[in-house]
Design a protein around this ligand. Structure first.
Ligand code: C5P
Length: 238
């Protein structure tokens, strides 16, 4: 089965909520994102059940710690046999290199090591927040490209960024460097806490490889219809 370019963010705390949503998609094999909220409450048993149903998994735990700790944590995560894991690029080159070493060590023979991607700047972070709170004075796009370059040099397969930054990332890191982009909203949806957003069609036109969609599907009155609209937008744009 080829992987869907649409990754559904399962931002829930209870397993029942997950199945209530997934049951609406007629047994379709999906690409889902399990983040901190769900993983911390439901753990590995839920991942096993999702894999048994044929779903692909992006385990979005955004590791950011000293290199040795990240290496050892990644060694454990590699055993879970998910498709994508991630770190914060702000942890630096050595931390990212150690993340990959840990993943290599933890991947069983005959299995594929999960892709490892780096969060550049959260799509909820604005230029003002970066300047006033993080004391980073460069333009947000320059920071994203700088982090993407370091992630690539460290051996990672790609980054998480806003779709708006994809052209710059691809130009700097090459077209095969993966871009996984949250901050997606259908026309007319609420922005919620996101700042740097696009529609699915715009994300594809900008060159995103995968879009991460949470509330535009999960908070929709008809999640199946929302997914189908997103698929249609995706396939009709280039
Ligand atoms: O509901 P919404 O579509 O905004 O959900 C976006 C998802 O992508 C959330 O799970 C959020 O944690 C995640 N994410 C993000 N921005 C990043 C990295 C991950 O919004 N830079």
């Amino acid at each position: 089965m080829s992987k869907s370019p649409i990754i559904i963010a399962l931002d829930y705390s209870e397993e029942a909520q997950v199945w209530e949503l997934l049951n609406k998609f007629n047994n379709e094999q999906l690409f889902v994102k399990v983040g901190m909220e769900l993983y911390y409450s439901c753990g590995n048993s839920l991942l096993e059940k999702l894999k048994d149903k044929g779903h692909h998994i992006f385990l979005d735990l955004k590791l950011h710690d000293i290199p040795n700790t990240v290496a050892r944590a990644m060694q454990s995560l590699a055993r879970l046999d998910v498709d994508i894991v991630n770190v914060h690029a702000a942890g630096g080159r050595l931390m990212m290199e150690h993340a990959l070493e840990g993943l290599d060590k933890g991947t069983s023979t005959g299995k594929r090591r999960p892709n490892c991607i780096a969060v550049t700047q959260l799509t909820s972070t604005s230029q003002e927040v970066m300047q006033e709170q993080l004391k980073i004075n460069d333009k947000i796009e320059d920071v994203v490209v700088h982090y993407a370059n370091i992630a690539k040099e460290s051996g990672l397969e790609g980054v998480v960024s806003s779709p708006l930054e994809v052209p710059l990332v691809k130009e700097a890191c090459g077209s095969s460097f993966l871009t996984v982009t949250p901050g997606i909203r259908l026309e007319g949806d609420s922005k919620d806490d996101q700042k740097r957003i696009t529609t699915p069609a715009e994300a594809r036109t900008l060159g995103s490889d995968f879009i991460v969609v949470g509330r535009s599907i999960t908070a929709s009155v008809d999640p199946l219809e929302a997914l189908n609209t997103i698929k249609r937008e995706w396939s009709e744009s280039v």
